[in-house]
Design a binder for this molecule. Structure first.
Ligand code: UDP
Length: 327
């Protein structure tokens, strides 16, 4: 049988990198980062090609579904590193497209893990801070317990599906030479984000429509601007980090009410900020929504692994994002 070996790379050597979900929010930013640094990128997605990426000679686009096993296998074999970033990270989708979220999160991932094992290829996988669920042990350390609600509450489908994939990565790749890194992303935001609180509030503010806060508005998130996220990913790739789960985030908490106020101020919007009625909140709950009160990453491990220096403040990041939406 033919044997596959992981090639040893020099720090500055250019690699061939396969990215699934290449035209998704994280995918586009990652492909750009790689291309700007001279790597050869093989992007797979179902969308029409992104004009900005098309400009790069070293960008090869494959307009196929991540469920297309034949093409996925071919691209894993052809490249040095597989970045499996295809996914659906929007709480609204967890409720209305539960089955699709589960299938897309789990099924292609299991195939990809098996191929990475078989052909001895490195895998970078975007998991999620949703993994920790509604745990109240703040900040969340990578090895901490998970705290989820009932399986009859749809919200938790994404967390559970990503956790299954993380288990599969550990089970199948840990015992082989194939190396992997699992990124748990904490509310990364910036241009192209869709289906999350930041893009939703910006869109409402720019059209002077009312901004609706779920719950009381004192729930918090830690927002990380996408360029800072890409810097961390790139350092992880360059340093050839292996066999780790890493929280990727910022530990500065912002309440959702404060976020809404900042966005209204920065856009000079006439939008009213309203708190959703108790009735509406309980209706959402019946439909399978449950909120997470606080979500804060422990940065201990990421600080040990790379030079961790997010450069972009929330105000700066929001300004950049708003500008990109206005364009
Ligand atoms: N949220 C809100 N109004 C909206 C959308 C979201 O108040 O129109 C809140 C939501 O309840 C949560 C936070 O904003 O507390 C972040 O929501 P997001 O959809 O970005 O995803 P999450 O961080 O919960 O995964």
């Amino acid at each position: 049988m033919k044997k596959f070996y992981i090639k040893k790379y020099h720090k500055n050597e250019k690699k061939k990198i396969f990215v699934t979900g290449a035209l998704g929010f994280i995918g586009v930013h990652w492909c750009k980062k790689l291309l700007e640094n001279g790597h050869e990128v093989y992007g797979l997605d179902i969308k029409s090609v992104n004009l900005e990426l098309k400009k790069y000679k070293k960008f090869h686009y494959f307009k196929y579904s991540v469920f297309n096993t034949k093409i996925v296998k071919k691209l894993i074999i052809k490249t040095d590193v597989t970045c499996h970033f295809a996914g659906i990270a929007s709480p609204k989708e967890y409720l209305i497209n539960t089955s699709k979220v589960i299938d897309l999160t789990v099924l292609p991932s299991l195939k990809i893990i098996n191929y990475c094992k078989k052909f001895n290829k490195k895998l970078l996988f975007t998991s999620t801070s949703e993994i920790y669920g509604k745990s109240e042990k703040i900040p969340f350390k990578e090895e901490d317990d998970r705290m989820l609600g009932s399986t009859s509450t749809k919200r938790w489908c994404y967390s559970t599906a990503k956790a299954l994939v993380e288990h599969a990565i550990f089970a199948k790749l840990k015992e082989t030479n194939s190396s992997f890194v699992i990124f748990r992303l904490f509310n990364v935001y910036g241009p192209l984000l869709k289906g999350r609180v930041v893009d939703n509030f910006i869109e409402k503010a720019l059209t002077n429509k009312k901004i609706l806060i779920f719950g009381k508005g004192n729930q918090t998130r830690c927002f990380l601007y996408v360029d800072d996220c890409m810097d961390i990913f790139y350092q992880v790739l360059q340093k050839n980090v292996k066999g780790k789960i890493l929280n990727i985030g910022n530990n500065k908490e912002t309440s959702i009410e404060t976020l809404a106020k900042k966005i209204v101020k920065l856009t000079k919007s006439k939008s009213k900020i309203l708190v959703q009625s108790v009735e509406k909140n309980s209706k959402m709950k019946k439909e399978g929504y449950e909120d997470i009160r606080r979500r804060v990453p422990s940065l201990r491990l990421i600080k040990k692994t790379v030079k961790y220096k997010p450069k972009i403040s929330i105000e700066e990041g929001l300004k950049k994002f708003i500008k990109s939406v206005q364009k």
